[in-house]
Design a protein around this ligand. Sequence first.
Ligand code: SF4
Length: 448
Amino acid sequence: MNEYDSHLVESQLVSMGASIVDNMDAADFVLLNTCAVRGKPVEKVKSVLGQLRLEKKRRPLTVGMMGCLAQLEEGQQIARKFEVDILLGPGAILDLPAALESNERFWSLHFRDELHDFIPPPPQGKLQAHLTIMRGCDHRCTYCIVPTTRGPQVSRHPDHILKELDSLLGAGVQEVTLLGQNVNSYGIDQGQRIPGIPSFAELLRMVGSSGIKRIKFTTSHPMNFTEDVVQAMAETPAVCEFIHLPVQSGSSRVLKRMAREYNREKYLEHIACIKKWMPDAVLFTDIIVGFPGETEEDFQETLSLYDEVGYDSAYMFIYSARPGTPSYKHFEDLPREVKTERLMRLIERQKEWAMRRNSRFVGRDVEVLLRGDAFNPDFLEGHTRGQHATIVPKVPGMDKAGIYTVRVEQVTPHQFNAKFLDAQGHTLEPILAPTPEAALLSSPLPMA
Ligand code: SF4
């Protein structure tokens, strides 16, 4: 969501005649897009703002802060302390031009409804893009600050979504990720079905018939998860066989304290439904380790759920107590070392499963979207329909970004190593620049 908002801001700046520079030292204006979900990013914002405050003493520089932290009293205190000139809440980013034209400190925290209709210019030269289909959240998970910072859920009208999609297609985008805090409740805002707005399953089918090659989406809430979405995924070729379904904990007791509105059994029913319609689907999840009151038995239930589902991968976090959330107010945090030790055990479990799940792809031909050069310019990097990071050695004539079919030769828990195929389906041998050692071995022996 923040990446999408950064793109909105970037497009506004470019249309005002600004150019984007890679380095803060070369900038006249620095705008930090912040996250408030966990404590660590907040510390990072403070550290960068500290550097910028010093820089402002040396030269003319405008400093801004946007995103979820800007919306909170905590963020506003930070902004005052570090002399931030422009402060924009997540719903106020269209105020940026007015903020830059103002000669005074400009803070805006109100939500502008035009944001839902605003269609930013498409990114240039990119094969992938994000596309927001809704903003805000109607849930109240006890650890989460997002409903406070981003407000209640508002679904975007499908006409605006499809218009933005058209513009992305026109710019050469081949993969789009539909974004929302809870995409499964698209079209049902504050418990009411909105007339004229389709269900998420219907929206997937509409987007799938647009000509876009690949569709992904994030994030689903298990509470609003329905079989018609999985059916739409299975029946719409452009929708990738990839589901990110955050569970957060395998213990029903902990899920209740988190106010997640489902229990372990209900979650496992959803997994069974996914496996019925898409037996080979790639499954990701989010897990919070060390939620207040989590016992060793609760944590064991998370590990056993991990084994029962057999996830392809997981985003794993230590619980971070955030001021303003119910869990911060009412529950006592666990000791740091208990949380860290549990996270380490979970990471081990995740790696074992990732290796086991990734191994099923060895020898298979998979579709990969290659973005461009990897860290080593002899290779291209990208990701599969199932979000596996993939690297492929370049071969002559196939060294450009795009969607290709490649054969997976080796896997690790984090990556696929693959090769290009020729028209007959044979793997193509790469022509890589020889390493200095190889060049030495192949050179003739010096004459005595
Ligand atoms: S569903 Fe829960 S975790 Fe997700 S944004 Fe809403 S309140 Fe936060």
